[in-house]
Design a protein around this ligand. Structure first.
Ligand code: G6P
Length: 618
């Protein structure tokens, strides 16, 4: 999704801004641009495509200045071309701005401004903001921005500069992430970014802006104001904000020697489970301690129903959560796509807990679903990776997944961390509702054993690469599993289509006979999740049905399986754990299979086409 970075200080802003944009590349984008202010006025450079194109442009036509804003765009209104790339300007080229989010009343405003004589040069919704600011400008930029924003319906993370009020960047947010960076060790630089990764190389001191806050950045100073106070007698009211210190460092964000972030992140997963469980497993008591849920402890004990809501891979984690929580704690769980929940008239009776699961903590649909649930009186919690993100802040309580930054657009370790957190949550609920201490201890032991088992699962990589080579030209794939491994079939199929562009579908194995079986022939590889569990023999029957029809089968089995070796084309072994934790281990070979097929097909694994890491628009 779109990225913003801005700088004001002593140094030349351009290389710093371009470096910041590079740190945001992982979010997915289709064009990029930068604007600086200097003695010659506002100067812009922007282009379609990758940041390398922008660098080339700047090389050919150098530009500099010690205050500037930059953007990576992911098109929503208007094609991804140079014209529509941010920054955008007003008629007189006196205002330059970058924007994340959507201006919903764009059409109305554009018509009104055109009538007033403004000439538009792009197809974007953002451009109306530049013209609105031009209209409202009376010599003070923050006043003009605040006045312009009163006319906006929609969402924004915004950074603006103006020739009429030079030397400052004015920033504002509503439902799009934005933070300020404050220079360290005597550096008087000030930063703004949509994601901390953009500025982490320079400072760890950040201020997270909340919705309806506006800030003014100048060299060596900043001021945060309440956007809603516009028009009040004393003008925009100041608000005091705390400076937080970011614990993640840049090295963790870099590839650590792996060819792709995705592969690095897959290999990090044993540590992901360790980090997600650290300090949370109580061996003696046979339970989990999740301090972030203390706020809603009473509601947890009263809960008669849980709704889990999420998008994409996080939705798959939620589905596994349903199996885990229902089986361990016997509380009914419903899983709903956030995009569906937000526009329904959902039944949320008293004593319902609503949990939003999100890696980024910024997904627009998940956030909206959480807000909808809150407006209906539900206690909400987040299972979120990014600390300080909007969902983490807006939910009543939560569990951080502690997976660290996930850069590959296709989620891997964040998913494993989410399922691990859900297992801890299920265990904690179960113990508070009568699961015996002995059963609790068994689960604690099983969860503690996962990291080592995951190392073992990862050791099959060479074998999986060989299988990938055999299937790299397949045009379709089917993934089948049952019980808690059904969501893993969905996730395996999603991973493959996201990064290799091969069409793939996931199904509950027994549903195959109600449709997908018609597709089976020697051209259709079928991946089966077939761990030795209570439905193993049923899955074996499904495998036989596929083999009889000439299908080629790759089976993920648990160690010690001797039966399937004779029946399938390829066998991938994973260690055996508790049946409800097995999905965590089974995810690993499917991630590796998708990864190696994509690499062999020459695909851009870390930044697949058309996808964004964090979808902050509908
Ligand atoms: C995008 C990403 C997916 C992710 C989904 C939900 O589609 O490409 O990898 O699963 O958003 O994101 P979240 O940050 O809420 O988990």
């Amino acid at each position: 999704m779109c990225g913003i970075v801005g700088y004001v200080g002593k140094r030349d802003a351009v290389p710093l801004l371009v470096e910041g944009l590079r740190r945001l590349e992982y979010r997915g984008y289709d064009s990029a641009g930068v604007a600086v202010q200097n003695g010659r006025g506002l100067e812009l450079r922007k282009c379609a495509g990758k940041i390398a194109n922008l660098e080339r442009l700047i090389d050919e036509s150098p530009v500099g200045g010690n205050i500037g804003i930059a953007h990576t765009r992911w098109a929503t209104h208007g094609a991804p071309n140079q014209t529509n790339a941010h920054p955008h300007t007003d008629c007189k080229q006196e205002v330059a701005l970058v924007h994340n989010g959507i201006i919903e009343n764009n059409d109305v405003l554009r018509a009104k401004l055109t009538e007033l004589g403004h000439v538009f040069s792009t197809d974007t919704d953002t451009e109306v903001l530049a013209h609105l600011i031009e209209e409202t400008f009376r010599g003070n930029l923050e006043q003009a921005v605040a006045a312009a924003l009163t006319q906006i319906e929609g969402t924004f993370g915004l950074a603006v500069m103006s020739q009429g009020d030079p030397g400052k960047i004015v920033v504002a947010r509503r439902s799009a992430p934005l933070l300020l960076g404050v220079g360290e060790n005597g550096d008087r630089a000030m930063w703004v970014a949509s994601d901390v990764a953009a500025i982490l190389g320079h400072t760890r001191q950040v201020i997270y802006l909340e919705d309806d806050e506006i800030a003014i950045l100048k060299e060596g100073e900043y001021e945060t104001l309440d956007l809603k106070s516009i028009g009040s007698p004393g003008g925009l009211q100041r608000i005091e904000k705390e400076i937080s210190r970011v614990a993640w460092d840049l090295e963790r964000i870099e590839r650590a020697g792996y060819p792709h972030f995705m592969l690095k992140e897959i290999h990090e997963q044993p540590n992901t489970v360790r980090d997600a469980t650290r300090g949370r497993l109580l061996e003696e008591e046979g339970t989990a301690r999740l301090g972030g849920l203390a706020e809603i402890s009473e509601q947890i004990d009263r809960a008669e129903r849980i709704i889990l809501t999420a998008c994409g891979t996080s939705w798959h984690a939620a589905l596994i959560g349903e199996y885990l929580i229902e089986e361990f704690a016997r509380i009914p769980v419903e899983v709903e796509y956030a995009s569906e929940l937000r526009y329904r008239n959902p039944v949320i009776p008293p004593n319902t807990l609503v949990g939003g699961i999100s890696q980024s903590g910024e997904t627009a649909d998940t956030l909206a679903a959480i807000r909808e649930a809150q407006s209906r009186g539900a206690a909400t919690f987040g299972i979120v990776n990014v600390v300080g993100s909007t969902i983490a802040r807006e939910t009543h309580a939560g569990v951080y997944t502690h997976a660290g930054p996930e850069i590959g657009v296709a989620s891997t370790k964040a998913f494993v961390a989410q399922v691990t957190a859900l297992a801890l949550f299920g265990l904690m609920l179960a113990r508070r509702r009568g699961l015996s201490i002995l059963e609790g201890r068994e689960l604690v032991k099983a969860i503690s054993g996962l990291p080592a088992q995951m190392e073992e699962a990862l050791s099959s990589e060479d074998h999986i690469r060989e299988i990938a080579a055999e299937f790299q030209d397949a045009r379709n794939f089917l993934y089948l599993g049952r019980g808690p491994n059904f969501p893993i079939a969905l996730e395996g199929a999603l991973k493959l289509k996201e990064i290799s562009y091969i069409h793939a579908e996931g199904y509950p194995a027994a549903e195959m006979k109600h449709g997908p079986i018609a597709l089976i022939d020697e051209e259709m590889p079928v991946v089966f999740l077939a761990p030795k569990d209570s439905v193993y023999s049923k899955v074996v029957l499904n495998i036989e049905e596929v083999k009889t029809r000439g299908g080629r089968v790759i089976a993920i089995v648990t160690n010690g399986d001797t039966e399937l070796a004779k029946k399938v084309d390829h066998l991938i072994r994973v260690p055996k754990t508790h049946p409800l934790l097995q999905p965590i281990l089974n995810a690993v070979p499917l991630q590796l299979l998708a990864y190696h097929i994509a690499v062999l097909r020459g695909c851009h694994v870390d930044q697949p086409r058309n996808l964004a890491k964090s979808v902050t628009v509908e």
